[in-house]
Ligand binder design. Structure first.
Ligand code: PAF
Length: 289
């Protein structure tokens, strides 16, 4: 099957962008593509128009002690996997996205109420890095729609708000998390798990499902403290399984603020050996009846 057109710099991207009329659907990635990415790309294709995938491991969203250097870079396998699935793949170099240098140019800042909570409280600056690279990608690609996974629900929420706040006019399409048969959310970081840790890892999703089941039995007007206590019991359960749990929290699904009504989202992050795993589940009003 024919591979996608490979665009190696901004000039090639611009030429591809202007070569045809019609909508462009965009799937930004950091590569090491798995079935979760494929689902995003398939959603972009279903939306019609031309589909562009970018692969760029963005340094500004990694903290100094994080896994930027060892993050899996598998471009040849990724290009083979993309054959027949998208029209073009953009492989920007650092200068294409940060012409003044990643630390020397301009930047946007995500408000503390969105970017400083949940994962942001444990990864300072992470969502500023994500917002900065996605804004730069969007300005260069000028897509009509962009597709992101719900696995990083906080990222999706922040990027939706960014598009709204800057009036970018890009349709933001969120797609459900793709899971392994045992429930573990697919992630490039799952490869950091040892065999023993891999056997424990599905416990994260199983715990969230159990907490969600119990949350659905609570009355509509249950006080916030009830949700905190339930979340705390989940954290203790995960720690007992061998996770080093960063947080388990019920949040308002739209604002990510404290649970103040419905729908809710239950979100968690936990370290297991050398991997940091994130997951979340929806708790919809319908599901609570
Ligand atoms: O979700 C990711 O893979 C990255 O955070 C993204 C959106 C491609 C930005 O680097």
């Amino acid at each position: 099957m024919a591979g996608p057109q490979v665009l190696r710099n901004t000039a090639e991207l611009a030429a591809w962008r202007d070569a045809a009329a019609g909508p462009v659907r965009f799937v930004p990635t950091m590569g090491n593509l798995h079935d979760g990415h494929v689902a995003l790309i398939d959603a972009a294709r279903e939306a019609g128009g031309r589909v562009l995938v970018s692969i760029f491991v963005n340094p500004t969203q990694f903290g100094p002690d994080e896994d930027f250097d060892r993050y899996p870079r598998t471009v040849d396998e990724d290009l083979a996997r993309l054959a027949g699935r998208c029209d073009a793949v953009w492989l920007p170099a650092i200068d294409d996205l940060y012409p003044l240098g990643p630390d020397a140019g301009f930047s946007v800042h995500v408000s503390e109420s969105l970017g400083g909570i949940l994962c942001g409280a444990h990864r300072p600056g992470h969502f500023d890095g994500v917002a900065n690279v996605v804004l730069r990608l969007f300005h260069r690609v000028r897509p009509d729609a962009a597709v992101f996974g719900e696995k990083d629900f906080q990222q999706l929420t922040i990027l939706r708000r960014m598009v709204e706040d800057f009036g970018l006019g890009i349709e933001m399409i969120g797609r459900p998390t793709v899971r392994e048969a045992d429930g573990l959310a697919m992630s490039s970081r799952n490869r950091y798990l040892t065999e023993r840790e891999r056997a424990v890892a599905p416990g994260l999703h199983a715990t969230l499902l159990e907490l969600a089941r119990r949350a659905r039995t609570l009355p509509e007007d249950a006080p916030a403290g009830t949700f905190s206590a339930l979340a705390q019991s989940g954290k203790e359960r995960l720690d007992a399984m061998g996770f080093d749990t960063e947080y388990v929290e019920f949040r308002d699904a739209r604002s990510l603020g404290p649970p103040a009504g419905h729908p809710l989202r239950l979100l968690a992050a936990a370290r297991l050996g050398g991997a940091r795993l994130i997951d979340n589940v929806a708790i919809s009003p319908q599901a609570r009846r």
